[in-house]
Design a binder for this molecule. Structure first.
Ligand SMILES: [Zn+2]
Length: 245
């Protein structure tokens, strides 16, 4: 494998109508993305079928359960329904294969990993941050940066949980005090450009709207876009390349 392989992928959760604005910005910067869309969601309404079709014409759509329910609150058969049925519904509605799944709230257990696998998904995307390694956990895809300004303590907790990438201590000092996601992107990308790696940006359009982060979000896309040595991929394209390396 080329040691300096550099990949950027993005993913967008919850299927809120403002996902169209994310899709337009990704288009402007020639970036790819995967939109994880539940069938229903009590917290934030899911976009209508016309809008979803528009996004699905250009971008990958992934499953995010039927009712956007945290799987750790469900028994096995209910969890199985939420996972397998969202795949069936999206496939019927969009007329294309759905390969990617994302755990609502990042909550899952080994049982749910197995259910995701049995339903025929290739992997389940988590909400773990600061992952930049080209190595993947089986059936799990972690992320690097969320389009949201997390507190330093949340970021530190993600550093300490990350058993994969660089030494924990190095990470701790790296991120301590830096909570702006554009700044963190700059720091992580400068390292990835030297060592190679995967940069996975994710977020929610409702959250970007709620916290007024559109300008910062576009700055990040500007920073990441149009670089010859970078492969811009959907989550599934990225998974297929990295799981076969
Ligand atoms: Zn969600």
């Amino acid at each position: 494998m080329d040691k300096k392989q550099i990949i950027i992928t993005t993913s967008w959760d919850d299927g809120y109508a403002l996902d169209i604005r994310i899709a337009e910005l990704l288009d402007k910067y020639n970036m790819k993305g995967t939109f994880y869309v539940p069938i229903r969601n009590n917290e934030n309404p899911v976009m209508n079928a016309t809008l979803l079709n528009d996004i699905a014409n250009k971008y990958e759509i992934g499953g995010h359960t039927v009712n956007h329910i945290y799987l750790n609150t469900l028994g096995k058969s209910e969890a199985n329904y939420e996972i397998s049925e969202c795949k069936n519904i999206l496939q019927n509605q969009l007329g294309k294969q759905i390969d990617a799944f994302c755990y609502p709230g990042g909550k899952y257990s080994q049982r749910d990993i197995n259910l995701v696998k049995e339903a025929g998904f290739l992997f389940g995307r988590t909400t773990r941050l600061l992952h930049t390694s080209l190595d993947l956990h089986p059936y799990l895809m972690d992320t690097s940066i969320q389009a949201y300004n997390h507190s330093s303590s949340v970021l530190t907790a993600h550093c300490l949980k990350n058993t994969f990438l660089f030494p924990i201590v190095q990470n701790y000092f790296f991120y301590k005090g830096n909570k702006n996601f554009a700044k963190l992107t700059e720091i992580l990308m400068s390292r990835i450009m030297t060592t190679g790696g995967l940069f996975h940006l994710w977020g929610h359009s409702w959250e970007i709207e709620k916290y007024g982060l559109w300008k910062e979000f576009e700055m990040v896309l500007e920073m990441l876009a149009f670089q010859q040595e970078i492969a811009y991929l959907t989550n599934t394209e990225c998974w297929k390349i990295l799981s076969n390396k």
